[in-house]
Design a protein around this ligand. Sequence first.
Ligand code: CU
Length: 259
Amino acid sequence: MNTKMRLLAVPTLALGALALSATPALAHGDDSWSGQAALNTLNNSGTSGQAMVEVHGTEATVTVDVSGAAETFMDGPFPHAQHIHINAQGTCPGPDADTDGDGVVNTTEGHPFYGMIGTSLTTEGDTSPDSALAVERFPGGSAYSYERTFQLDAETAASLEDGSAVIVVHGVDPALMPAAAAEKMSDLDPTLPAAATLPAACGTVAVSQMGAMPDGGADTGVETGADQGMGAGLSAAGVGVGGLAVAAAALVARRRARA
Ligand SMILES: [Cu+2]
């Protein structure tokens, strides 16, 4: 390590220490930051994955990588509604959230934990809560990689910054549901089967990277430092270790590709 890199490594420590504080503290006005979520299985769906949110100003790029999801629905790819839920506890519901005792935690039963929809992660067009169930504009099938850049609304941005934003992927194979629950219609839309909107995977977005680095000013020493700080922050936030390694590697690759 040369002298210049050594000097650059000093702010790294400060960055790491900041990231270690329990709540992501972001100064308003920071232009660029990112967060990620390990998406863990809900409702015995077998669905899992990871998501990343990169914000530059008012623009967000969201990636969602999912596998083990329900494959087909009425002879087509099973649509997977996916949203950033906001303004509640910022957590994913456990089995106890099944207040009606039908053996699954439906979307409404999850609301006290992950909150209402702030952003609909559609493939095109509107991203507001109005598109919550625009099933023709969501990715589908058993595995997919979603990426989209769009204007982030202020409410979702605020929730991301205070750590209460949760990404939820919906749609569970009815064969994996208790029979009585699978026969129900959706708690969100009575024209859809319950399976179509049942939460399948869920993860809280941990915002862990400060907007400390100006775009385009890529310097090897600074980049390395930021990555270390990010890792420390994620560990402190209790992100699943398996997802962390993969997600962190993906983020590094993404940032390198951008630079
Ligand atoms: Cu949702």
